[in-house]
Design a protein around this ligand. Structure first.
Ligand code: F0G
Length: 457
């Protein structure tokens, strides 16, 4: 498979090093077999997340030098606001320091205990914020999402029938807002089609439910729409994005993804009443409404990054990297989620380690093995991240897929880095029958993957 050349060249380098196998074994042991506890310096290829880990361009760095650090009404705020207005088109917006701050504000002002928030699939912090508000996140993605070999081009789509039935049985009065995540991070970074977004909006609105989009990878999703959805081949990425958000009542975004920055986010709405409540909550928790927990220079970096993230050469290279890694792994027999998603490759740990049951964490086992073999750091997206006790029975409900995500930071690693990841995965694959699972020695109640500790069985 061809590798799409980088549409940039490298002007500044950050050295990385591969520590010895013995040192890796010692490092992961003292990290309690949780890759979040490692020193980043002990990681060679860091695919833990694509969030805040990208490289900024010379234009973003230059824009940071023009940051206006006024407490209120800074020029940087208006530059950010103009770009958000152009792409997303919402009347009101506030910056936040990252995506989860926006989620937290939204839950605090709109959600009452015992209520339900449907989505295709919620990602971890969204789920965590909803559960922390004593409400229930509900995932209604279409069935194809659970079959890693299914080649449906829009595996992130909401199951419209399930959504309608869910609203009818739950009652719209118990659903303060509904959402959709683009692309679907918990389910393989798979895109949602514009047709699906339009229909989801129609259903929510038919029942008088507010529709919010979790927008952090909106540019990658828009690019897939252009590539894969009939009728959009001649549309610009900007116009596709504008159409997506035209159907929603609001959106939140972790700018650490498709806005190509190391920190930042926002929350945007159409309704002035909701905006007023957001402002009050923001001032308490994040900062004044024109900076929302960010420095002025951060706002400028986001303003430039949002526009760069829409560039088609960049998006072709970006999605090309993911497709390249997916194809290389798959052609070596390693089970991966197909088709390639936007920001990450998802290894199917359930299929690779079928002898390890969900409660012994096949995904965690695979993630640790990749570190031990090549100091490659991915993240488990399976029973560590997403198993919760059933509220009625108390029995653990395991997610339907046990995945390990190898997220590709934006504009950071080259083809030879990805080839190194493939070689590492091949070595793990050869030893797959020898691996044993893990058990918790510590786990908090919510968002346990971040701080849990394990011991090998
Ligand atoms: N929504 C989605 C779909 C996300 O992927 C994330 C973060 C958030 C919300 C929260 O944003 O981190 O800025 O507070 N995902 C990262 C990841 C952390 O690794 O996928 P945040």
């Amino acid at each position: 498979m061809n590798y799409q050349p980088e549409p940039f060249r490298i002007k500044m380098v950050e050295p990385i090093r591969l520590i010895s196998k013995q040192d890796r074994a010692a490092a992961i042991k003292s990290a309690g077999y949780n890759l979040f506890n490692l020193k980043a310096d002990d990681v060679y290829i860091d695919l833990l997340t694509d969030s805040g880990t990208g490289s900024m361009s010379q234009y973003q760095w230059a824009a940071m030098m023009t940051g206006d650090e006024s407490y209120a009404g800074a020029k940087s705020y208006f530059r950010f606001s103009d770009v958000v207005q152009e792409i997303f088109g919402f009347e009101y917006f506030v910056p936040t320091h990252q995506g989860r701050a926006a989620e937290n504000i939204l839950v605090n002002i709109l959600v009452k205990p015992g209520q339900f928030i449907p989505s295709n699939m919620h990602f971890d912090t969204t789920e965590g914020n909803i559960r922390a508000g004593k409400a229930f996140p509900v995932n209604l993605v279409n069935e194809n999402a659970f079959d890693p070999s299914n080649l449906d081009p829009f595996k992130g789509n909401m199951d419209l029938k399930k959504l309608r039935e869910f609203i009818q049985t739950t009652g719209p009065e118990n659903i303060p807002f509904g959402s959709i995540t683009i692309t679907n991070n918990a389910g393989g970074g798979q895109p949602v089609s514009l047709e699906n977004i339009r229909q989801v909006a129609e259903i929510y609105h038919e029942y008088g439910i507010l529709f919010f989009i979790d927008a952090c990878r909106f540019a990658e999703n828009s690019y897939f729409i252009k590539q894969r959805e009939t009728g959009y081949q001649n549309h610009s990425i900007l116009s596709i994005a504008q159409e997506i958000f035209s159907y929603a009542d609001g959106a939140w975004m972790s700018a650490k993804k498709d806005a190509l920055v190391n920190i930042g986010g926002f929350l945007a709405v159409r309704d002035n009443n909701i905006y007023q409540k957001i402002c009050n909550e923001l001032i308490l928790k994040e900062g004044f409404i024109s900076y929302g927990g960010l420095a002025g220079r951060d706002l400028d970096a986001v303003a430039v990054g949002l526009q760069e993230g829409l560039d088609e050469d960049y998006l072709a290279y970006r999605t090309g990297q993911t497709a390249y890694l997916t194809e290389k792994l798959s052609s070596n027999g390693i089970p991966v989620m197909q088709p390639a998603g936007g920001h990450a490759v998802y290894l199917d740990a359930g299929a690779l380690l079928p002898h390890i049951p969900p409660h012994q964490f096949p995904g965690q086992t695979l993630a640790v093995a990749l570190y031990l073999e090549g100091a490659v750091r991915g993240v488990e997206i399976g029973s560590v991240m997403f198993a919760y006790p059933d509220p009625d029975t108390g029995k653990m409900v395991h997610p339907r897929l046990e995945l390990v995500r190898l997220a590709i930071p934006r504009r950071v690693y080259t083809q030879s880095h990805l080839d190194f990841v493939v070689e590492t995965a091949k070595q793990v694959y050869e030893q797959k029958n020898n691996y044993k699972g893990y058990e918790f020695t510590y786990a908090p109640e919510l968002l346990r993957h971040f701080t849990a500790r394990f011991k090998p069985l």
